[in-house]
Design a protein around this ligand. Structure first.
Ligand code: NG6
Ligand code: CA
Length: 514
C-alpha cells in the first residue's frame, strides 16, 4: 500500500470509527433519555401462604387477577420472606439487613421506630436515584422515639427513613391504635378528643372485650380481648379519637384509592410504591361485596379481596400506560395461619384447601411454610413468562433493585442483601447458593438441604395455633428434594454437613454490620 492509499485507508477507518462512536453515543443517549428507570411496585400481602393463590394450587378461592400476573410473569417456587413474622420480614426487606441483628420481633402498636432515621434503606436509595417513594398500608415497624403523642406530629416514621409519602395502618389490624396515619398526622382526628394508647394500663373509656363478651362479633383469645372497636376486640387499649377510628370493612377501598392516587401523582417521575396490604391478617373483615366469594369463610374472602386490590393496581398502571415501565413484585410477609387470635371459622371452613401448599409449618415456624411464600415478578415487555425455582430471600430485593439501576452500594449498606437481579428478570437464572430462614431460631438452606439450629424455645403457643414450630433442642437437617415435608431428620447421618451449615450461619451472624 503506498502512502496515499494508506492515508485514504486510515481516513476511512477514522470515519468508520467516528461512525461507530456516533452510533454508540446515539445508543447511549437513547437509553438514558428515552427510558427512564422503571417504576417499582411491591405488593406485600400479609400472612398469605404458599398454597393460598390459584396459581399455587388454591382450592377454596379464586384469584384471577394475581393468577394473570403469575401466568404472564415469573412465578417463584422457592422464594422466601425474610422471616416467619411480619416486623422482622419488613425490617429486612426495607433495610437489606436481617432482623435478628436487631433482635426484632413482632412490635406492639406503640413501639418506637425500629429503623434508624437517615440510615440506608431501600426507599432512601431509590429516593436518591430520583424516585418518588410511597408506602400505603400496614407499617408495623414502630413510630416515634418512645414517648409518642398520637395527637401531634407522629415521627420519626416512614418519612424519616426514605418515603416521600405515607398512608398507614400504624401496626396491625388487631392492634390499637385503630386509626389511619397520613404522613405525620392521624387522619380526621378531633383535637378535643385526643387519643391515648396503652399496652399496659387498661383504659375503659371503650368497652373491654374480655369484660363485655357481647361487645364483639366473634370471640378472641385473651390477647385479642382488650379494647372493642368496630365490634372486634383488639390487642391494647385506646381511648379518644372517635372521629378518626377506622372501619375495617373500608380498608380495600381506602387503601386501594390511596395507592392509585400515589401512582397518578407520581406518574411523571419514576416511583416506588410499597403497597402493604392488611389482608389476609386477622381480624378478617372483608367488605360486604367480598363476603361469600370463597368457600372458606372470611379467610378465603379476604384472599378474594386481596386479589381485587392487586388487580386494581395493574389496571391503574395500564390506564396510565405505565405497565411496561413498571417492575411489579407480589409476595407475602410470612407463611399462613388459620386461627391467629379470633374464632372466625378459618379452621372449620378450610375444606380441601392447603394454605401451606404441601410444606410443613406455617407463620412463626422454622419449617419451610414459615417463610416459603408466593412470589411473582411481573413486567410486561421485559420479563418473559416462566416458573423459577431460584432461591430468593426478600432481603435480596434491595441489592437487586440497586443492580437494576446500576447503583453501587456502600460497604455498610444492605449488608445481607444479595444481588439476584438475573433471577428476577429471567426464570432460567439461579438465585442464591445459601438462604437464611429466620423464625424464633435460624435455619439455613443450601440448595435443597435445610438445616435448623437447635433451640431451647418451647414454642407451645405456636402449637396452640395448630402450627408446628419446628423448634427442637437438637439440630435438624432435611433433604427437601426427597423430603419436602421435612419428616426425616438426617442430622445424625450428616455430621459434616451440619458442621458446615452451622459454620455458615455463624459467619453470617458475625458479619460486620457497621
Ligand atoms: C401475635 C398475635 C397475632 C398477630 C401477630 C402479628 C397474640 C396472641 N398473637 O403476637 O394475632 O397479631 O402477633 O402478626 O397476641 S404479624 O403478621 O404482624 O407478624
Ligand atoms: Ca404477617
Amino acid at each position: 500500500m503506498d502512502k496515499k492509499t494508506q492515508n485514504i485507508a486510515s481516513y476511512c477507518l477514522g470515519l468508520l470509527g467516528l461512525g461507530i462512536l456516533a452510533f454508540g453515543c446515539a445508543e447511549k443517549i437513547n437509553t438514558t433519555l428515552d427510558h427512564r428507570p422503571p417504576n417499582i411496585v411491591i405488593i406485600y400481602v400479609d400472612d398469605l401462604g404458599y398454597g393460598d393463590l390459584g396459581a399455587y394450587g388454591a382450592k377454596g378461592v379464586a384469584t384471577p387477577a394475581v393468577d394473570r400476573m403469575a401466568a404472564n410473569g415469573i412465578r417463584y417456587t422457592d422464594a422466601h420472606s425474610a422471616a416467619a413474622t411480619c416486623t422482622p420480614s419488613r425490617y429486612a426487606l426495607l433495610t437489606g439487613e436481617f432482623a435478628f441483628r436487631r433482635q426484632a420481633q413482632v412490635l406492639k402498636g406503640d413501639a418506637p421506630l425500629l429503623i434508624e432515621p437517615n440510615s440506608y434503606t431501600l426507599p432512601a436509595m431509590l429516593q436518591k436515584a430520583g424516585y418518588r417513594t410511597g408506602i400505603v398500608g400496614k407499617w408495623h415497624l414502630g413510630l416515634g422515639n418512645g414517648e409518642l403523642d398520637w395527637n401531634t406530629a407522629v415521627k420519626p416514621g416512614p418519612l424519616e427513613v426514605g418515603f416521600d409519602y405515607s398512608f398507614l395502618l400504624p401496626a396491625t389490624g388487631d392492634r390499637v391504635p385503630c386509626v389511619y396515619l397520613e404522613n405525620h398526622h392521624i387522619v380526621a382526628l378531633d383535637p378535643t378528643d385526643p387519643i391515648v394508647v396503652s399496652y399496659d394500663e387498661p383504659l375503659r373509656e371503650r368497652l373491654v372485650a374480655s369484660e363485655n363478651p357481647d361487645s364483639v362479633r366473634y370471640i378472641g383469645d385473651p390477647q385479642h380481648s382488650n379494647t372493642t372497636i368496630n365490634g372486634v376486640g383488639r390487642i391494647g387499649y385506646m381511648s379518644g379519637g372517635e372521629s378518626a377510628l377506622w372501619v375495617d370493612e373500608d380498608f380495600p377501598d381506602i387503601f386501594t384509592q390511596k395507592a392509585k392516587d400515589f401512582i397518578t401523582a407520581s406518574q411523571n417521575a419514576p416511583f416506588f410504591l410499597f403497597f402493604s396490604l392488611h389482608d389476609i391478617h386477622v381480624p378478617r373483615l372483608p367488605a360486604e361485596r367480598f363476603q361469600g366469594q370463597s368457600s372458606m369463610g372470611l379467610r378465603g374472602d379476604a384472599i378474594a379481596q386481596m386479589d381485587w386490590m392487586s388487580g386494581e393496581i395493574i389496571k391503574q398502571l395500564e390506564a396510565l400506560n405505565l405497565a411496561q415501565e413498571t417492575l411489579l413484585i407480589l409476595t407475602s410477609d410470612n407463611g399462613p395461619v388459620l386461627n391467629d387470635g379470633y374464632e372466625d371459622q378459618a379452621v372449620e371452613l378450610l375444606g380441601g384447601h392447603d394454605p401451606a401448599g404441601g410444606f410443613r409449618g406455617g407463620k412463626y415456624s422454622a419449617f419451610e411454610a414459615g417463610t416459603r411464600v408466593p412470589m411473582i415478578a411481573y413486567w410486561p415487555g421485559r420479563i418473559q413468562a416462566g416458573v423459577s425455582s431460584a432461591l430468593i430471600n426478600q432481603t435480596d430485593l434491595y441489592a437487586s433493585i440497586a443492580a437494576l439501576l446500576e447503583k453501587p452500594l456502600a460497604k455498610v449498606e444492605a449488608i445481607d442483601s444479595q444481588n439476584v437481579l438475573p433471577a428476577l428478570l429471567n426464570a432460567e437464572n439461579p438465585g442464591t447458593e445459601y438462604l437464611l430462614e429466620e423464625s424464633l431460631t435460624l435455619g439455613l438452606r443450601h440448595g435443597d438441604w435445610k438445616y435448623i439450629e437447635a433451640s431451647n424455645i418451647a414454642g407451645a403457643w405456636i402449637a396452640s395455633k395448630g402450627i408446628e414450630g419446628g423448634l427442637l433442642p437438637q439440630a435438624q437437617l432435611y433433604n427437601l428434594s426427597q423430603d419436602p415435608r421435612e419428616q426425616n431428620n438426617l442430622a445424625a447421618q450428616e455430621p459434616e454437613r451440619i458442621k458446615a451449615m452451622q459454620a455458615k450461619i455463624d459467619e453470617i451472624r458475625l458479619q460486620k454490620t457497621r
